[in-house]
Design a protein around this ligand. Structure first.
Ligand SMILES: Nc1ncnc2c1ncn2[C@@H]1O[C@H](COP(=O)(O)OP(=O)(O)OP(=O)(O)O)[C@@H](O)[C@H]1O
Length: 251
């Protein structure tokens, strides 16, 4: 299987402080990899480094066999950052936000039929084709998340990276997101997820990489015992939430 992304001994600093202290991670075509760990363990920084948003200070980082510094084929990677919204006060429709994902193809030229088809396909994948004409501002948090994922899917990426896609998302939308990931994996797409709770993603995860203090603490293969949530997020244990628990299974 092709290795779509590999990190070897990757280190990175933010604000002059070391944040990643030697991350090893490999994702192959069709795999679903979950990055887990306590708040501040370096999960977001790892995926941001993987898409070139945080410079690495040492180690090797390759995407599709090319060092990141020389990689140019960004259409092959879809990235959904943490805690963003699709609306941002802009009165755009769902279709317009998703169509922005085709800018890499079209620049500022008008969208062609093939672009519209790609947008429609992405909206169908996340179950929002029937909401295409609605303003994004009218969507729920979970639907927003699905719009952002659709935008990341418009170029049929070979690697989809999502930073906490389940955060603040209702259970019904979580199930839709899990179905979306299942569909993508069926097409051979690799998926790298930052998660706090596995929720309905759990049966899809091939490997969980648990970070601690900017290092890989351990790797858990599918079928092996995953840690419980409190082991990953001790701070969560100190403040039990009044919210109903997500169905986390072995997490
Ligand atoms: N812009 C920044 N400047 C300085 N330090 C930062 C910056 N962003 C993050 N950090 C620090 O880097 C460390 C890792 O942060 P990161 O966001 O990668 O963790 P995380 O595992 O994704 O956490 P969470 O689960 O809370 O999202 C933390 O100690 C954080 O305080």
């Amino acid at each position: 299987m092709e290795t779509v992304i590999s990190l070897e001994g990757v280190t990175a600093e933010l604000g002059g402080h070391p944040v990643l202290r030697g991350i090893d991670l490999a994702v192959r075509a069709g795999e679903v990899i979950a990055l887990l760990g306590a708040n501040g363990s370096g999960k977001s920084t790892t995926v941001r480094a993987a898409v070139g948003r945080v410079p690495i200070t040492a180690g090797r980082l390759e995407v599709f066999g090319t060092p990141l510094s020389r990689f140019r084929d960004w259409r092959r990677i879809g990235y959904v950052p943490q805690r963003s919204t699709a609306a941002g006060g802009v009165p755009a429709t769902v279709r317009e936000v998703v169509a922005a994902g085709r800018l890499a193809h079209r620049g500022l030229r008008p969208l062609r039929r093939v672009d519209h088809e790609a947008v429609h396909r992405a909206l169908e994948t996340v179950g929002l084709a029937d909401r295409a004409r609605e303003p994004v501002a009218t969507l729920s948090g979970g639907q927003h998340q699905r719009v952002l994922i659709a935008r990341a899917l418009t170029n049929d990426p070979d690697l989809l990276i999502m930073d906490e896609p389940l955060a603040g998302v209702d259970l019904a939308s979580q199930d839709v997101l899990a179905d979306t990931v299942r569909t993508l994996v069926g097409r051979g797409t690799a998926v790298l997820l930052v998660l706090h709770e596995l929720g309905p993603m759990e049966p899809l995860i091939d490997r969980a990489v648990i970070l601690s203090g900017g290092r890989v603490e351990r790797v858990v293969q599918r079928g092996d015992q995953l840690p419980d949530t409190h082991a990953c997020h001790p701070e969560d244990a100190a403040e039990p939430s009044a919210e109903p628990r997500l169905h986390t299974g072995i997490m």
